[in-house]
Design a protein. Structure first.
Lengths: 509, 421, 399
């Protein structure tokens, strides 16, 4: 079988970083090539080069046997390369038709948009590849799984025969992932070739024809799935033996620290995204909230931490009700919050590390006396925490923006763990981090639990939830489907719950 | 038992219903104590429906018994208020219309009692005074649809006003003045675009800089050149009124809509054209995409920077027409700071009009109405100091910005520079 | 999970390396404003040439008008030593002290805009706040009688702070409560302030036949250092003290930490329990009060009455000054001095070289552009300027 795409010695440097170092890969016609690597391994950089968003410093790209220079998305599209981005490139307030036609708009009389023609073509593609989508619906009304189909249709509408999918399963339920894999097989049958980018080992084994592993910007190895094992892939990906499980003792839960009753919360667009949620967290246990991203977890955490005001319902901390929408009051009652978006909420990037280290306690002694800041105390505190939490930084005076993601997260963890807390709310605490940082943060969370802190862990990584939690609540469409002890939970059942299906009814059917 | 979104909306609606009901009752009381008490019984108010020098067929003026009408308005407000408390209308637009209409009809009947008030003249002057505001608003719409905030509209209009009058005076041709204004606006738009897109200057700062430079340049030119040679440089005359055949004969509508100068007509055409362009053409689709999600547009090969450049420059050109209105469209000469905040009012009109051309035009009309009402009231010698009447448009702008009446979402990427990776 | 290129391998460097880098960037932060002003002056010169003037003559007159003529000073000195008569000497100081007098309202107004910037707020309304402050001080200054100076003067200053503060607080409240954009609202309040002052000066506050307020009483005046005609007064010292107070507030107190946090990242500020909207109201009220002091200092120290067209664009100039001074009180004072000297010299430039004073506005606008777009300066002078960590203001409309 011929190679439809080859990269030879592709190299890309960013200031101070070698993102891609002489990478060679080859994609055979009608194959699925999995590109495996952890965050920061250079996968996305490589694909952005292929799609013309970056220019490589060195190396050759050969498409259909012909060496090409790709200057922008238009070039890539013209060569039959299409990309489904990790963060969907869809405009929520526009219809499927408008999103699909954007950039290659057919017109009537050379002026007016010909939406009917595009709609017809979308229906045609839908039928051919089994991608059922209503062309007239607005993107914002579609569930994530369907939105992904729209992205694939966008690529097919442009007659791509090489499809790049960047972390396509990150936002899907396990069942939706199976659906996606079926679509991928249909695409292969119809003669398309696919590059599938992921950091999830099991998916690679399930779907790939070939596997290329990237590590630190280099190709760490290429293997066939039938010759590979999970352990072997993990070692290739991380460069050392990885401990895939978190060691922890059995939990010893005691008093209730957080009690949530019938909570309703709206999001920024005024949609009711949390609908009647009730649960409790006890001291010394981890309650994990699983669920596909965008099912109300973010808004739930906002309401619990006072960042938004719920429309109704009650939140009790240590048995006493919380006044809604008051972050300071909640912090002072012993709640630590590792926010989902660390650059938006967790840090002031332009401030030096020493200021970020006291962001929540700046007004209290010893950091302040009256209204004057105690500069020496602030600096000493930062120096101590940097040492204690192993934050890799040139000094405590540099702005937080100059740290890597893992070290930024350590700054937040250091700040939040260094004050007396009863409850830890950790939202996507390891998103976008490398394996080393993930292990570190997981261990710290378990440590806190063992000290007797209640932990509410929100994550869309099911593996993380299973590894850390003592009880697991699954959220779907703003409601809690079920709360199950972690010991009895299976991945399959959790997956069904994440899709809004009760496992019993699924088995009955 | 889970509550649904609709249930929460019902609660909110019930609260809004009570609020509106009480407001309407308050308006009724206000009308009674402000106007009814001070209106002489038996006195009539005359609303003029003809304009001198108009082509329109003459019709008799409207004469009403002032006190009865004011009482009628009180009754109407109270009736709607009670109805609202008891049952409720869902449409906020209708309620606001009732509030505004009852208040203004009562107000005019009171203010012009025993006198004649030219209603048609005022409506026409509303339309005319809305024109520069609408042009500023359209400039805002087209720029912000591609996510570039242009706070320098005021400065652009000021400079264009000056170049228009100078070019028109020197060449003796008003159309050359108009073209010059458009080019000036385009040039300043290009400057803003270049600063914010190429140099990533903060959009607000760039706009403010344009305003400062605009004020400085025009004052400099005025005191160095124009004031020395008024007839040779700063005296152009104005565009004549164009009577549209037949249509201008219609009573009331004719004098209001169809007897205006070219800039007023041009504005109406621009509103229609921009609506079609934005929502029915590829250019509009791309513009809106760039304003909502520039990265998505970029990955599909749409040139984000180019779209923004083009839109901001076109916006500048439209603001240039707005500038021309001040000189060759209305008084025929340039005075320092003559735009007097109309550019900013235009931005409020854009926000109130929800970033749509027609919405922007309609809300500009509200400002134009406030503006011309203020002039008419000065003529009527109502016992309100003229300075307070002059504040009206600015206060209305501030009220609009509070979003008490209708809040809309701006384009999602509005104001954010786009970084190509 | 967007994948960013990983940072270079981290290593622990000694702290003094970081310190050294800080001093370097400090020197650079002076370089940019200096080049921006230089470029502004050069382009201003080109404008003068194009408009048929002689830039050297114009700038010469500007310099003499702002610093005075050295020969006059030495002549005055000679007369003083010879005869003990100080009149000529004081006279020769006139241009220099007048420049300091001109700088005084600029310092206050620019501090007003700067503190807004620090909180992520764009206060275009300093102009109206200056006017309101002047009216407030004037009112207290002429209406209260029989008070000793040590009570009357502080009250008069307070009247200005209060009037300006209220004028700043309104847009602050509207932003906090309704999310209404402060740029348009402060602008609108400028126009409303103009109309309001027109009404006051023609009505309630009118004295005699002209639309001006009565003179403030001597007990409310800021004392002058020299005899007439030198108008140099305590207002300038007050301005420096207030600048120091603003510095202390911003960088040494918890309140300032909140203000800067809200300005740098309002989401993180909210996360850490700060009341973002309360800061908006507080800072805009404070900014209004500072701008109000600009009007007070001008009325109580220099003019002693308020007439129409009182604020000749202090508020708009202040925007340029705050940007030029990087919203740091020290930088603000320096740039206010610079423009005080320019403005004061421009008057004699207008009379001696016939160049309209508005050239200064053009130069100011250009300086704003250059400070905000370091890339242009970088491109013109082919130098490298570090500009990380600059304020971002534009946040779109509404909440």
């Amino acid at each position: 079988m011929a190679n439809v795409l080859e990269l030879h010695g592709v190299t890309k440097r960013f200031p101070g970083v070698l993102a891609n170092d002489h990478i060679d890969i080859a994609l055979k016609e009608g194959h699925i090539l999995a590109l495996l690597g952890e965050n920061g391994a250079g996968k996305t950089t490589l694909m952005n080069i292929l799609y013309g968003l970056y220019k490589p410093d060195e190396g050759r790209i050969i498409v259909h046997g012909e060496e090409v220079d790709i200057h922008g998305p238009n070039d890539a599209i013209a060569r039959g390369i299409g990309m489904v981005h990790q963060h969907f490139m869809l405009i929520p307030v526009m219809t499927v038709i408008e999103n699909v036609m954007l950039g290659v708009e057919p017109t009537v009389n050379g002026i007016f948009l010909d939406k009917a023609r595009v709609a017809a073509r979308i229906r045609e593609i839908s039928e051919q590849f089994g991608l059922d989508v209503d062309p007239d619906s607005y993107i914002k009304d579609l569930p994530v799984g369907i939105q992904q189909r729209v992205e694939i249709i966008k690529v097919l509408y442009r007659n791509a025969n090489i499809l790049i999918l960047d972390e396509p399963t990150a936002v899907l339920t396990p069942q939706e992932v199976d659906g996606l894999f079926q679509i991928l097989h249909t695409l292969i049958e119809k003669g398309k070739s696919i590059i599938f980018i992921t950091h999830k080992l099991k998916e690679v084994m399930a779907v790939a024809d070939e596997i290329t592993v990237l590590r630190g910007g280099r190709v760490a190895g290429s293997v066939l799935p039938q010759e590979a094992s999970l352990e072997k892939l993990a070692t290739l990906m991380v460069g050392r033996d990885v401990n895939l499980v978190v060691m922890k003792k059995t939990a010893a839960p005691t008093d209730v620290v957080l009690e949530v009753q019938d909570l309703y919360v709206r999001d920024e667009r005024e949609n009711l995204t949390v609908q009647g949620v009730s649960f409790e967290v006890r001291k010394g246990e981890v309650l994990g909230i699983a669920g596909v991203q965008g099912n109300g977890q973010t808004e739930l955490v906002y309401a619990l931490t006072g960042l938004s005001e719920p429309v109704s319902g009650q939140i009790n901390l240590m048995g006493k009700p919380v006044r809604h929408g008051r972050p300071r009051e909640i912090l002072e009652r012993g709640v630590a919050h590792i926010p989902e978006d660390r650059q938006k909420h967790g840090l002031i990037l332009s401030f030096p590390i020493h200021d970020n280290m006291m962001l929540c306690t700046y007004y209290q002694p010893p950091f302040a006396r009256g209204i004057t800041l105690q500069q020496k105390v602030i600096l000493d505190n930062a120096t101590e925490l940097v040492k204690q939490f192993d934050v890799r930084t040139p000094s405590i005076y540099v702005p937080a923006s100059s740290l890597s993601g893992g070290n930024q997260q350590k700054v937040i963890v250091a700040r939040e763990f260094s004050r007396p807390i009863e409850l830890l709310i950790a939202s996507q605490p390891t998103r976008g981090l490398d394996v080393g940082s993930i292990e570190y943060i997981h261990n710290r969370i378990i440590e806190k639990r063992d000290e007797g802190t209640g932990v509410l862990l929100v994550s869309s990584e099911l593996d993380e939830i299973i590894a850390l939690s003592d009880r697991i609540a699954v959220m779907y469409h703003g409601q809690i489907m079920a709360i199950v002890p972690a010991a009895q939970a299976t991945k399959e059942d959790l997956g069904l719950l994440m899709a809004g299906i009760q496992p019993e009814s699924a088995r009955a059917a | 038992m889970n509550k649904t979104n609709a249930q929460f909306e019902n609660i909110a609606f019930r609260r809004a219903r009570v609020r509106f009901g009480l407001t309407l009752l308050g308006v009724g009381l206000l009308i009674y104590f402000l106007f009814a008490v001070n209106t002489q019984p038996g006195v009539r108010t005359t609303f003029g429906l003809n304009v001198s020098g108009s082509n329109a067929l003459m019709i008799p003026d409207l004469s009403i018994p002032a006190l009865n009408v004011v009482h009628g308005m009180v009754a109407l407000a109270v009736f709607f208020g009670t109805f609202q408390l008891a049952r409720g209308i869902r449409s906020t637009g209708v309620l606001i219309a009732v509030i505004v209409a009852t208040f203004f009809i009562a107000f005019l009947s009171w203010a012009a009692q025993d006198k004649s008030f030219n209603l048609v003249g005022m409506l026409n002057s509303s339309l005319v005074r809305a024109t520069p505001i609408a042009l500023a608003a359209l400039c805002g719409v087209i720029s912000e649809r591609s996510a570039v905030i242009n706070i320098g509209i005021e400065g652009i209009m000021l400079v264009s006003a000056q170049t228009a009058v100078v070019a028109a005076t020197v060449s003796g041709n008003l159309y050359i003045g108009l073209v010059t204004a458009v080019l000036t606006g385009g040039l300043l738009g290009a400057m803003h675009a270049h600063l914010v897109i190429r140099f990533k200057v903060d959009q607000t700062v760039s706009g403010v800089a344009i305003n400062i430079i605009g004020a400085g340049v025009t004052s400099f030119v005025t005191s160095r050149f124009l004031s020395q040679n008024i007839d040779g440089l700063n005296n152009s005359g104005t565009f004549p009124v164009i009577h549209i055949p037949l249509l201008s004969k219609i009573p009331v509508l004719g004098p209001v809509l169809f007897e205006n100068n070219i800039i007023v007509y041009l504005t109406i055409l621009l509103v229609i054209a921009m609506h079609i362009m934005l929502f029915y053409t590829a250019w509009g689709l791309r513009t809106r995409a760039v304003g909502e999600h520039p990265k998505a547009a970029d990955t599909l090969g749409v040139n984000v920077y180019l779209m923004r450049y083009v839109n901001v420059i076109i916006g500048g050109m439209i603001a240039g027409i707005g500038g021309a209105y001040f000189t060759i469209g209305s008084v025929g000469r340039f005075n320092e700071m003559m735009t007097s905040g109309k550019g900013f009012i235009g931005m409020a009109a854009m926000i109130f009009g929800k970033w749509n051309p027609f919405g922007a035009y309609t809300s500009s009309m509200i400002f134009g109405f406030a503006d011309s009402l203020q002039v008419k009231l000065q003529i009527l010698r109502v016992g309100i100091p003229s300075e307070f009447l002059l504040m009206a448009p600015y206060i209305v702008t501030m009220l609009v910005l509070t979003g008490i009446v209708g809040r809309a979402n701006p384009p999602a990427a509005d104001g954010q520079p786009y970084e190509k990776q | 999970m967007s994948e960013r290129p990983t940072k270079p391998p981290e290593s622990i460097q000694p702290d003094d390396a970081a310190k050294k880098k800080e001093t370097a960037s400090w020197r650079q932060s002076l370089l940019l404003p200096a080049l921006a002003v230089l470029t502004g002056l050069i382009i201003g010169g080109i404008v003068i040439v194009v408009s048929g003037g002689n830039p050297f003559q114009a700038y010469g007159a500007l310099f003499a008008g702002s610093f005075g003529t050295p020969s006059d000073f030495f002549a005055g000195l000679q007369v003083y030593f010879a005869t003990g008569e100080s009149h000529d000497l004081i006279r020769s100081l006139y241009p220099f002290t007048e420049s300091l007098v001109a700088s005084t309202p600029y310092i206050f107004a620019a501090l007003s805009v700067a503190i807004g910037f620090r909180c992520g707020l764009f206060n275009i309304g300093a102009e109206g706040q200056v006017l309101m402050g002047a009216l407030g001080s004037a009112y207290v200054g002429y209406s209260l009688t029989g008070l000793p100076a040590y009570i009357h003067l502080p009250l008069a200053l307070l009247g200005g702070v209060a009037a300006g503060g209220v004028w700043g607080m309104i847009p602050g409240y509207l932003k906090a409560r309704f999310g209404a954009h402060e740029v348009v609202n402060t602008m609108m309040l400028n126009w409303i302030a103009f109309k309001l002052s027109d009404w006051l000066l023609n009505g309630p506050m009118k004295s005699g036949f002209r639309p001006v307020t009565p003179n403030v009483l001597p007990t409310a005046e800021l004392p002058r250092f020299f005899a007439d005609p030198l108008r140099f007064n305590w207002g300038f010292v007050l301005a420096l003290l207030v600048a120091w107070a603003v510095y202390w507030l911003l960088f040494k107190t918890t309140l300032g930490f909140e203000i800067r946090s809200v300005g740098a990242n309002p989401d993180a500020a909210k996360y850490s329990g700060m009341n973002v909207t309360r800061n908006f109201v507080f800072v805009l009220a404070l900014a209004g009060g500072l701008a109000g002091l600009a009007g007070s200092a001008q009325v109580l120290g220099v003019d002693h009455w308020v007439g129409q067209g009182f604020s000749a664009g202090y508020g708009y100039d202040a925007i340029a000054l705050a940007l030029l001074g990087k919203s740091h009180p020290l930088g603000v004072v320096l740039s206010a001095l610079l423009f005080g000297f320019l403005r004061s010299g421009a008057t004699s430039m207008q009379s001696m070289a016939g160049i309209p004073i508005d050239i200064i506005s053009i130069i100011q606008g250009l300086v704003v552009v250059f400070v905000a777009a370091p890339a242009i300066i970088r491109w013109i002078y082919r130098i490298n300027i570090d500009t990380t960590g600059d304020t971002v203001l534009t946040r779109g409309w509404g909440r």
